[in-house]
Ligand binder design. Structure first.
Ligand code: PMV
Length: 323
């Protein structure tokens, strides 16, 4: 049993996961569908060693406190339960993602952790089982095990809640432009935000119907490379997710003023004939879905308004890899 390093990429949900059905097993209220991105990833090395009296977790060169590393230690505990490994682990992780900026660094982080920890403990899990293990750290990590378009099937228990590749090799000239408006740590964690939405938004029951309808409609649109339909669905789905935060009690929002301005810019671009659509997660950053041919128009406009450094172009990315 040796040190193992895994790399996993983050993903952006086109049909969002927003609500847990079981907080302990991390079972979602609904299925979801995402696109794995090439630009944002996490490298994680795990080594189970004899000289530690507790798990040691270093993120971007900084040692995490026991509280901050709780979810990581939970995944390590699950790996120890499933394997013959009993020792504590040294974990070192480097995020090539603005941490907790709503660019879903938890997705790439827990996918990489699941891969590195399980292999280091001598387990040789299938990618399906890796997705189930990653899920226990962070829901969105379930999908980051696979590349391209990925579905997280909600399932009904630990065995059936897992990711399935929908289309791993994406032969479609599309891009996702990330507009980083605030790289700081988000104020309302996704766990808190979801829980509040599930328990207090009167619109939550309608969200489940929205997701079922959107999944049924977006899959054929992706297969047909129907950009307009895919874009319309992902934009409406994101806004309906955020409607759950605005309709919670007390109400909250992940948007800031610049997020609203960026959404208007995307609508302006569209009105001027540049086809593009926006989506937002649990943070103020805006991601813009566009076609490769329209990238210059989209990035030039966003850079002029928000600064070139804030604009990062991403494309479909790969699944987990061992380095
Ligand atoms: O699993 P978490 O805590 O990273 O939550 C992800 C929530 C969203 O990013 C907003 C939606 C999604 O499906 O990724």
């Amino acid at each position: 049993m040796t040190a193992v390093t895994a790399r996993a990429h983050t993903n952006i949900a086109l049909v969002k996961y927003w609500g847990k059905a079981d907080t302990k097993l991390m079972l979602p209220q609904t299925s979801s569908l995402s696109l794995t991105l090439d630009q944002f990833y996490t490298d994680t090395t795990v080594n189970f060693v004899s000289d530690l009296t507790a798990d040691e977790v270093v993120l971007n060169g900084q040692r995490l406190t026991p509280t901050a590393s709780q979810k990581v230690r939970h995944v390590l505990d699950l790996v120890r339960q499933q394997s013959d490994e009993t020792r504590f682990a040294r974990v070192s992780s480097t995020n090539h993602v603005p941490t907790a900026a709503g660019l879903a660094s938890s997705a790439s982080a827990f996918a990489a952790l699941a891969g590195a920890a399980s292999r280091s403990a001598g387990l040789n899990l299938s990618r399906t089982d890796l997705s189930r293990l990653a899920r226990r750290g962070s829901g969105s990590a379930t999908r980051s095990i696979f590349g391209g378009f990925v579905e997280w099937q909600a399932g009904i228990d630990d065995a059936t809640s897992l990711a399935v590749p929908f289309q791993e090799q994406v032969d479609w000239p599309i891009a996702m432009v990330a507009l980083v408006l605030d790289p700081r740590h988000k104020k309302v964690s996704s766990t808190q935000g979801m829980q509040s939405s599930v328990t207090t938004s009167p619109y939550y029951p309608a969200w489940k119907t929205v997701v079922a309808d959107d999944l049924a409609a977006i899959k054929p649109a992706i297969l047909a490379q129907d950009f307009t339909t895919t874009g319309e669905i992902l934009e409406a789905n994101a806004m309906r997710m955020h409607a759950l935060t605005l309709s919670a009690n007390p109400p909250f929002s992940y948007f800031n003023g610049e997020s609203l301005a960026a959404m208007q810019t995307v609508r302006d671009l569209r009105a001027s004939g540049v086809s593009c659509y926006y989506t937002l997660d649990a943070g103020p950053n805006v991601k813009v879905f566009c076609q490769e041919a329209d990238l210059p128009a989209v990035t030039t406009r966003l850079a002029a308004q928000f600064g070139a450094d804030q604009v990062i172009v991403a494309h479909p990315g790969p699944g987990i890899a061992f380095l």
